[in-house]
Design a protein around this ligand. Structure first.
Ligand code: 6PG
Length: 252
């Protein structure tokens, strides 16, 4: 099943195959979106995600021969969320992305915009919004990369947290009582204005939640990832066979 399935009016799904095949598909698609954006308007503004799947995709990008088709000097690197730790910390999403490949690509330093997770978080969030508005001529991302936690969170938009409330913001600090930590995150308004919104969900441990968010009642306070994608800005869910297993079980 490697064709795009129009699941509903705001969500497409594709299941390229097993884990390895799916990562390869994700890498090729990333490089294609980057080239298309640069051809279309001269730059590619992407918000990178944390998590194990993006990490594998970043390694794949670095290893890909097709990476040379991208003019990396025209890439603007942002993040979709960040942990409140120094950039040198092992939990830092910025550090993970750089170590997993981006530090070896010829992206000018001045085009790399890590989220500040230390100090005054409200000020940091406002500054990041300002950066997005200043540095991206169209004010919207060409690609927002997202994962889904097995509790249904995406970016750092966790169940029953403040950042889920409408807030007319692009970036907010968000306290996660379930982890007793603060995070920085793009908001749904920001995510849902992107030209490409992609959820990368791989692994058998995600199968149950995938089925829930697609076929269960709409309850985004409990399953925040349900809010990703609109009729005007559809979300593409890329699932591997294992993650898609429960969703398509009865459909063959
Ligand atoms: C983070 C994320 C988070 C992640 C999901 C899925 O900083 O951890 O942005 O939302 O994408 O938890 O992570 P996996 O890809 O590891 O399943």
């Amino acid at each position: 099943m490697d064709k795009v399935i129009a699941f509903d009016e705001r969500r497409d799904v594709i299941v390229p195959g097993d884990y390895k095949t799916t990562i390869r598909y994700c890498v090729e698609l990333f490089l294609k979106i980057a080239q298309d954006a640069i051809k279309d308007h001269g730059y590619f503004a992407v918000a990178l995600s944390g998590g194990s799947t993006p990490k594998a995709i970043f390694h794949g990008i670095l290893a890909s021969e097709q990476k040379d088709l991208v003019d990396w000097s025209r890439v603007l690197l942002f993040w979709s969320d960040e942990r409140c730790v120094p950039h040198s910390h092992p939990d830092s999403n910025y550090r993970m992305a750089m170590e997993s490949g981006f530090s070896k690509l010829p992206i000018p330093k001045e085009n790399i915009f890590p989220i500040e997770g230390e100090g005054d978080l409200e000020v940091n969030a406002k500054n990041y919004e300002k950066l997005i508005r200043e540095k991206i001529p169209s004010k919207t991302f060409d690609l927002v990369m997202l994962g889904m936690g097995d509790d249904g969170h995406t970016a750092s938009l966790f169940p029953k947290t403040h950042a889920l409330h409408p807030n007319e913001r692009l970036v907010v600090p968000n306290f996660l009582p379930q982890k007793d930590v603060w995070r920085m995150t793009l908001t749904f308004d920001c995510i849902n204005s992107a030209r490409n919104i992609i959820l990368y969900v791989l692994g058998a441990n995600k199968a149950k939640m995938v089925k829930q968010v697609f076929t269960g009642p709409y309850d985004p306070d409990t399953y925040p990832v349900q809010r990703v994608g609109t009729a005007a800005h559809m979300a593409l869910w890329i699932l591997d066979n294992d993650a898609a297993d429960d969703l398509f079980k009865d459909k063959g």
